[in-house]
Design a protein around this ligand. Structure first.
Ligand code: GTP
Ligand code: MG
Length: 197
């Protein structure tokens, strides 16, 4: 997060992370279309619409005094381009972890989760994260509770979950609001601590 007191602008970075083909690009596209900003999303894709590096766009909210500028990225899930993922994650304020709920690819989600946490040290415990169980429209899905137990969900301090169906745009705006809330709450709590000191 960057706070520019002169320009009265708060800048935040959010990254959609998750295994290949889980629906990260579909989620960000749905989000931008719900903001009426689909034209402003920049996607770096291969000819078969797989993400090569990232998708990127910004949304800005304003009140009378302050601007909140949110930079939103997706990572590529393709292992061939995995070197790009830690670069995209640099200075991230919050992660939306997009799960592929198809029961046949359960393990892929775990591998991707373990990769995500490998990029952080203890800071992962307080990183704002929303896990979205995407592709809820599919018939054969695994049980989210199994996944949450396996990753030891309880140890994370600023985490939440949502069901989404990015293809239909369901749960996308809500999960975005959740991650923003977690990020701002964390920042606010931090400010209180520094004010006391
Ligand atoms: N049934 C169903 N399919 C989905 C959903 N979300 C995405 N998909 C499909 O899953 C495939 C991959 O979607 P993408 O959004 O490109 O996935 P990605 O995570 O960005 O993939 P990479 O960038 O290659 O890692 C596409 O065929 C999407 O249409 C969903 O909610 N339900
Ligand atoms: Mg993609």
């Amino acid at each position: 997060m960057i706070v520019d007191y002169l320009a009265k602008t708060l800048s935040i970075k959010i990254v959609y992370f998750g295994p290949a083909m889980s629906g990260k690009t579909t989620s960000i596209k749905s989000l931008f279309s719900q903001f009426g900003k689909e034209e402003e999303l920049c996607s770096i894709e291969s000819t078969v619409e797989r993400t090569l590096f990232f998708d990127y766009g910004t949304v800005t909210f304003k009140n009378q005094e302050w601007k909140l500028k949110i930079h939103i990225y997706t990572t590529t899930g393709q292992d061939f381009y995995f070197v790009t993922r830690p670069i995209t994650l640099r200075a991230v304020d919050g992660v939306i972890f997009v799960i592929d709920s198809n029961e046949e690819v359960y393990e892929r989600n775990l591998i991707s989760w373990n990769e995500l946490i490998s990029y952080f040290e203890e800071s992962i415990d307080s990183l704002p994260i929303i896990i979205t169980f995407n592709k809820q429209d599919l018939e054969y899905k695994f049980n989210p509770v199994d996944f949450l137990k396996e990753i030891r969900y309880q140890k994370f301090m600023n985490i939440g979950t949502r069901y989404t169906s990015a293809l239909k745009g369901e749960g996308i705006l809500e999960s975005f609001e959740d991650i923003l809330r977690q990020i701002l709450k964390k920042y606010y709590n931090h400010k209180i601590v520094t004010a006391i000191n």
